[in-house]
Design a protein around this ligand. Sequence first.
Ligand code: PGA
Ligand code: ZN
Length: 420
Amino acid sequence: MTAVISSLKARKILDSRGNPTIEVVVGVRDARGEVCYGRAAAPSGASKGKLEVVDFPAGGVDKALEKVGEIAPRLSGIDASDQARVDEMLHELDGTPNLSVLGGNTTVAISLAVAKAAALAKQMPLYRYLGGSGDLTLPYPLGNVIGGGKHAGGYAPDIQEYLVVPVGARRASDAVFTNAQVHRKLGQMFSEANPSFTRGKSDEGAWSPNICNEGALEFLAEACEKVSAETGVEVRPALDVAASSLYDAERKVYAYKREAVTRDPGEQLEFILDLIERFKLFYVEDPLHEEDFEGFAELTRKVGKDCFICGDDIFVTNVSRIRMGIRSKAANAIIIKPNQIGTLTDTFKAVELARRNKYMPVISHRSGETTDETIAHLAVAWRCPMIKTGVVGGERIAKLNELIRIEEDLGDRARMSGLR
Ligand code: PGA
Ligand code: ZN
């Protein structure tokens, strides 16, 4: 064995909302007998899918730290380069289907830290260690520029995320800066339109103005046009509706506070179709609530040729949910969040199943993040066409700047992924 786990330690650190989360450091002894340390931290969601694994055990992060102390001896001596075995052990040590004993955030941080330490032991960057020696591709960054819903407050829109995709970018670094330019442009536009705009931001660093749902889309579309013209890089608008957050299951309606309107499921579907057409949306995530496979399928059937219909809360990075989606032809894209499912191996299985069935995998951050940069490596290693990781703010640029470094590292071999 050339990468043997020799230590496992966890600590409580801050996330971007100021909440506690877990960071894990794994020591791995390499072929020369030297110890390499891999470190990873778990993020947390605000608009979580109902069927995600449990993030922390009862007792929170402190309990999770205790649990890591208990299981550390069991992982010691295991081959860190056998990721499937490590992740299987984490499932065995937990013993529940939803990882409620250790917590999915605990297991994901261990799982990622093991991979990072094993990569170091083999003297490879993580993207190469996981991606193999063949050609790899860089993802297009899908960036949040206006935030509402559960990521903002007060009079912000009900729709959770107004996003941009720099579809015309030839390089990841240009793509990253193009998104930043849209963000800056929108800040100026909001300030000009309303002198009382405080430049307040949502949890993910997107602007959160006092504006109605469709008004925000008008600003978004205009900013995309302006930045496309200024840079020569085509930028397209997109949305994450996070519709489960709007859905009232008892009344069976989507409740929009801003306009004080409710929409029944049929009206919601028509509303989304209208937005896609009117604003030429490139991508819409969670347009309907997390149990509405039929509605998703209808949308995909009607507009899936021109627009990515992406499932987040409906699939929760879980292969059985993805299989349900495939059977019903529910979507053509899927959000991939490692901490929704709890290990690197399970995350990879979700990506592979999705890809085999022509669902575009979109690797994603969470609204509560740390400066952990791992998802940038996953996106490249797994040749994901897009990465969703915000536009500004330290915990968002940690991933974006890592993409820039990876692109530089790939040198002449750097290629953008195809957007399909
Ligand atoms: P989160 O939401 O707050 O659960 O991270 C992000 C998203 O819905 O994509
Ligand atoms: Zn989402």
